[in-house]
Write a protein that binds this ligand. Structure first.
Ligand code: NAD
Ligand code: MG
Length: 393
């Protein structure tokens, strides 16, 4: 035996709790873990619906725990084929235990929507590295989340491709030298639609994103551009930026994932073909870079990088994002809940596509603003905003 430092393969594998394993980010995460081999291992996989899929993933991945967060759905699922060594756990408490377990190193937070808030906060309070896909947590409770991360020493590493790009590009200068960030947006499938055409948009059309394959909620958010509004708010809290330092530019092919501009006018960007496995892997391995399964450029083919200004009249959601990033307080929780409820109604056929953003604006305007809410205040307002959307016509 030599006395040199242990090689990477001799180190204990990092244990990852994959929250939302049955979703789109969950699947990409499991691809990355399979690719990374024995340096990382899945401690637990969680899922809410699609439990057949969760049971199948457990057979492939053989985690220590599989967590079904809905007791009703868990009771209806046949778990008899779980591999030996994988234990089934059920319910909300089981989810929280899987993020706070002492042997968990990294929590990949990929539950969609406000449903991910409690487990993401628990991971932060437990001082874990949190690979954060669940942007809604920062939209709902950004200041509180960042404060609690500072207290516990948790590392928040973005998975959202734009924020991962900013996180990477920021490393080219000092924080005080950063002047502004520019988030890129694909513009979604309806970027050339007239107002009349927008009135006719069907669920099927809204679910067909030109560059990314994602869960339903974020796909609709990308079509309304609410996703970019949420990302403005996410960037504001995650990087402690003033809303005036955050711009958006339309970039239809989603290759440049965002820009950071420094005081000397230098602009740094991160580029790669659209593939979430790259930002996911970086959040797991940071500060290291390892070979990745993500797609690569074929430089021999050349290409162009198309950029267009983001027209505020065409994309009214953007203005809502900036407004909410400026106001802080309860505004993020209300916008997020209104949007979640409006998207659910759109998918169920009881709200038109073009009504989603106006409905959110209306609920936001009518709520009783509080600049310094507690977590309980935010959760109460979340429920209020959802009810408001139910009755919105
Ligand atoms: P998805 O709908 O494909 O998956 C969502 C996951 O959350 C599933 O595993 C589901 O079982 C779980 N879940 C849903 N409701 C739950 C509840 N009440 N309790 C516990 N678990 C619940 O969504 P996705 O596209 O993978 O997105 C996940 C998160 O990542 C979202 O916050 C999204 O904004 C963010 N994100 C996704 C992408 C992408 O490419 N898909 C990119 C950037 C950010
Ligand atoms: Mg994004």
């Amino acid at each position: 035996m030599s006395d040199s430092a242990p090689s990477a393969s001799q180190l204990a594998p990092k244990q990852v709790a994959v929250l939302g394993a049955t979703g789109s980010i969950g699947q990409s995460t499991l691809d990355v873990l399979a690719h990374l081999g024995d340096r990382f291992t899945a401690h637990s996989l969680t899922g809410h619906t699609k439990l057949e899929r969760l049971a199948r993933l457990a057979q492939q991945v053989r985690p220590r725990f599989v967590v079904a967060t809905s007791p009703e759905l868990a009771a209806a699922q046949d778990w008899s084929d779980l591999p030996a060594g994988t234990e089934l756990r059920v319910g909300r408490q089981a989810l929280l235990e899987s993020v706070t377990a002492l042997d968990v190193d990294i929590v990949l937070a990929a539950i969609v929507g406000r449903a991910g808030l409690e487990s993401t906060l628990a991971a932060i309070d437990a001082g874990k590295r949190v690979a954060l896909a669940n942007k809604e947590t920062l939209v709902v409770a950004g200041p509180l989340v960042m404060e609690r991360a500072a207290e516990s020493g948790a590392e928040l590493i973005p998975v959202d491709s734009e924020h991962s790009a900013i996180f990477q590009a920021m490393q080219a200068g000092r924080r005080a030298e950063l002047e502004r960030v520019v988030l890129t947006a694909s513009g979604g499938p309806f970027r050339h639609h007239t107002p009349d055409q927008l009135r006719q948009v069907t669920v099927e059309e809204a679910l067909r994103h030109p560059t990314w394959e994602m869960g339903k909620k974020i796909t609709v958010d990308s079509a309304t551009m609410m996703n970019k509004a949420l990302e403005i708010i996410e960037a504001r809290w995650l990087f402690d930026l003033s809303p005036d330092q955050i711009d958006v530019v339309i970039h239809p092919t989603s290759v440049i994932h965002s820009f950071v501009e420094f005081t000397d006018g230098s602009v740094m960007a991160q580029l790669s073909p659209p593939d979430m496995r790259l930002p996911i892997q970086y959040a797991l391995t940071y500060p290291e870079r390892l070979p990745s399964p993500a797609a690569r450029f074929d430089w021999s083919k050349g290409g162009t990088f198309e950029l267009e200004p983001a027209d505020p009249d065409r994309f009214p959601a953007l203005e809502l994002g900036t407004q909410v990033a400026r106001r802080g307080g309860t505004a993020g929780a209300v916008l997020n809940a209104a949007n979640e409820a409006a998207v659910t109604r759109f998918l169920a056929g009881s709200l038109h596509f073009h009504q989603i953003v106006p409905a959110c604006r209306s609920v936001l305007t009518h709520h009783t603003f509080d600049a310094h809410p507690t977590l309980e205040d935010l959760i109460r307002l979340d429920q209020w905003a959802r009810q408001e959307i139910q009755t919105w016509k």
